[in-house]
Design a protein around this ligand. Structure first.
Ligand code: F0G
Length: 351
């Protein structure tokens, strides 16, 4: 059996590193591409989900963090910083811990999921809460990294996208070619940019014969690409993509337009319904932001805009366990308590 060695070693010929580099890895990548039969049936296409919540810290950020932190170590830097809606900070904290680096994370106060906060804390990051949103946190850390000896590991760091592009390589490897359409949530817009780069490189490399259309999905209250301009006070239940001023604006527009795709918005209730559907029908528990592409796909199908029989891959970016509070909100949970008695168990189950 092939033993997975993390994305840098697996795709070393297409990464900005070589054998002599000390690679900081937690074994990220190699995530499953899971078919979604009930959703496929509803939309009239072959739908697969790329389960990025299977990464070491539970999100796709680990692909970018192995390469960003490897470069930080190579440069001889000792402190890293990021702004985050939660997943980047969790990932940076873990990889920095592994590499023995100091890690500082700036997060929007009260607006990150509990699981992500726990990760930053247990991995030993220094947590700074900012009385502002993600965009404002990013402004601060960009200035900090320009003025002080502290390395920025947000996706404006080009090594991040180099790592994240490998998810597109894996999809091509798993399907045997590129899909017709690739869908993913769009927040700060690093990942959509990385996937487009990855699909283009896979074509150049001769692994695929075509390029997919890229369909990006934002939350309606945080949809600057749909508005065509930054949004001042973004708001959504999907806190991971509560972003109004995406850093990789031009790259995301290029991914959308060069691929002949689109970026649209879905409501918070569409997101939560898609999250519940994925968990109950496909067996994949994702965080709200990750359900946005599924919501967008169902909406496109309702408009009759999904090409019949198309192969569609959707990146589900983060693990549902990071934010159980949102997943359970609004559900009535009244566990039945029974005595230690098999008959009582059978009775309660109607057997
Ligand atoms: N999905 C999840 C679960 C995320 O955490 C993010 C971004 C995205 C989608 C959007 O990806 O920013 O590349 O367009 N989270 C960042 C963070 C901003 O700080 O963890 P993007």
């Amino acid at each position: 059996a092939h033993v997975w060695n993390g994305i840098i070693r697996e795709y070393l010929d297409r990464m900005p590193f070589d054998e002599s580099d000390t690679i900081v890895t937690l074994g990220e990548g190699g995530t499953p591409l899971v078919p979604a039969p009930s959703i496929s049936k509803e939309v009239g296409a072959s739908v697969f989900v790329k389960v990025e919540g299977m990464n070491p810290t539970g999100s796709f950020k680990d692909r970018g963090m192995t390469s960003a932190i490897t470069q930080v170590v190579k440069d001889g830097d000792h402190t890293v910083v990021c702004a985050s809606t939660g997943n980047t900070s969790a990932s940076a904290a873990a990889y920095a811990a592994h590499a023995g680096l100091r890690c500082v994370v700036m997060i929007p106060q009260g607006k990150i999921a509990a699981g992500k906060m726990a990760q930053a804390i247990v991995h030993g990051a220094e947590l700074v809460q900012v009385d502002g949103n993600f965009d404002e946190c990013l402004d601060i850390v960009r200035e900090l990294s320009q003025n002080y000896p502290i390395a920025l590991v947000n996706s404006v760091n080009p090594y991040r996208l180099q790592g994240q592009k490998t998810a597109a390589f894996e999809i091509v490897d798993q399907l045997g070619d590129a899909p017709d359409i690739h869908m993913l949530p769009v927040g700060n817009a690093g990942n959509i940019s990385a996937y487009w780069m990855g699909f283009k490189e896979a074509l150049q490399h001769g692994d695929s014969t075509r390029l997919p259309k890229i369909w990006g999905v934002q939350a309606a209250g945080a949809a600057p690409f749909v508005a065509g301009h930054p949004i001042k006070d973004p708001e959504t239940v999907a806190t991971a993509i509560r972003i109004g001023k995406p850093a990789s604006w031009d790259l995301a527009i290029a991914a959308r337009d060069e691929s002949g795709g689109w970026i649209r918005a879905v409501s918070d209730s569409q997101i939560l319904n898609a999250q519940a559907r994925l968990a109950a029908d496909v067996g994949v528990f994702v965080e709200p932001a990750s359900a946005a592409p599924i919501a967008g796909l169902l909406a496109a199908a309702a408009l009759g805009e999904v090409p019949a029989g198309a192969t569609i891959t959707c990146t589900v970016t983060g693990n549902g366990l990071k934010d159980t509070a949102t997943a359970l909100a609004g559900r009535e949970i009244e566990p039945t308590v029974i005595p230690v008695d098999t008959e009582a168990a059978a009775k309660v189950l109607g057997l």
